[in-house]
Design a protein around this ligand. Sequence first.
Ligand code: MEV
Length: 439
Amino acid sequence: MQKEISFSKLTKEDKINWITSTYFSNPDEAKRVLKQYWNNEEALQKLHDEFIENTLTNYYLPLGVAPNFSINGKNYTLPMAIEESSVVAAASKAAKFWNARGGFKATVLGTEKIGQVHFIYKGDKSKLQNYFNFIKPALFSDTANITKNMQKRGGGIKSLTLVDKTAELENYYQIHATFETKDSMGANFINSCLEQFAKTFKSNATAYSPFSPLESDILIVMSILSNFVPDCVVRAEVSCPVSELNEDKNISPELFAEKFVTAVKIAEIEPYRAVTHNKGIMNGVDAVVLATGNDFRAVEAGVHAYASKNGTYSSLSHAKIENGIFTFWLDIPLALGTVGGLTSLHPLVKFSLEMLGNPSAEELMKIVAVAGLAQNFAALRSLTTSGIQQGHMKMHLNNILNQHQATKEEKEKVMAYFADQTVSHNLVVDYLERLRASK
Ligand code: MEV
């Protein structure tokens, strides 16, 4: 067995010393890398240190903004925390494009959250159903302390059902619970309710006289919310006459609309394409989810489960042309919160939420869905016209030029030369050297 270290008990300085001396050939340089990201403001650094365990430093992501979003007639600038170049620019471009064509519309289709108590019961099924009916009022009353505040805000437990899963796994049942959690994402609320259901359910079984001793011995396996939220869904949509899709001189609006709709249909029926198509949607979704302090892992897990809800992984967005009108829309499950969690702790999350006008959770669902739709529109527009590499290669070209300390004048000349040429590192460097030699 390897010798273990009680790492969590070390001070922050000692943790850094141990890590840098154990894994790095140049511990001082490794320490410098870590410490350059420390915040000078002690209280702010302490706040970040305490979000998680064993913190060594901060990991920066850029926080950018995409302005000019019109959503249901209201103007927004979206905060986006993301490392991938082109995403913020693409969102901003799509926002401007649709701003001139009626803006984005968004509707919340449902806000129901789900949690389950998973248990094993070995006995007569009808007795279990009778016990569930008998104990159900106690499941509500024993959670009254937990649900009191949520009820005041208009939320709480919506339904409790006993589910028989024995056909799939021997003796396996669930208490399936649905919740309304208003402006909070609700994970703590849901999990507290579920753990109380489990206690009440198990402890009262012992004294339930119709049960035999074996039947009363219910085994609670676990109690946990589900991140699959197919009834917590928002729709974002854009539409305009096909004739108004006239931005690109190289393609007619009719052909553009036809290619665009076909590209979406391909993502609806072809999983390899659907995954990449939805990844593009998540570029927008995750960036706003992260900037507003929400749990992007929960969102990701739920979204991809939703994308496969019909048995095959498929596109989250859809498009059609009907009577000369182009319509493009996205249905996406989003369990988000604008209170609780990081929302009142992280200064940049507070900043992002204030910039959005301190939205309700439902309003944030609409904003995030629109970010996803905008991103998907921008990606499909490039893919079906100029291709994705043109924009990417421009960024790449810029990076190469910066790497070789190109002056502004050199940059302009190289950019002009490569406007209709294939970009590669060698070709750019060759051209730059020739340019410099000719001086
Ligand atoms: C890249 O991050 C996202 C895209 O691949 C999305 C798509 O293909 O639709 C461009």
